[in-house]
Write a protein that binds this ligand. Sequence first.
Ligand SMILES: [Zn+2]
Length: 86
Amino acid sequence: MAEQFGSFTASELYCPKCRSAQPVRERLLLVLPTGELYEFLCSRCATSLGKRTVTGPAVAAPARPQPGPRPRSPQGRGRPRGLLAG
Ligand SMILES: [Zn+2]
């Protein structure tokens, strides 16, 4: 088995139930306005080994498309009001 854990996560934590260091799984618990709360679970017995809060970018501005020039309909504005009573 090739270990492909990222360097930004704790790959192993001590599990009191397994009585040894076990590889952990990250589980998203809550999404907070300030970040995300993850929980570390033992990949062997699924015991909660710890939590951590990952603070993301403060403001994630959604990329919205620029309003381009709209093609105008070639309708003239003049109304035929030509009922000349005379
Ligand atoms: Zn365990």
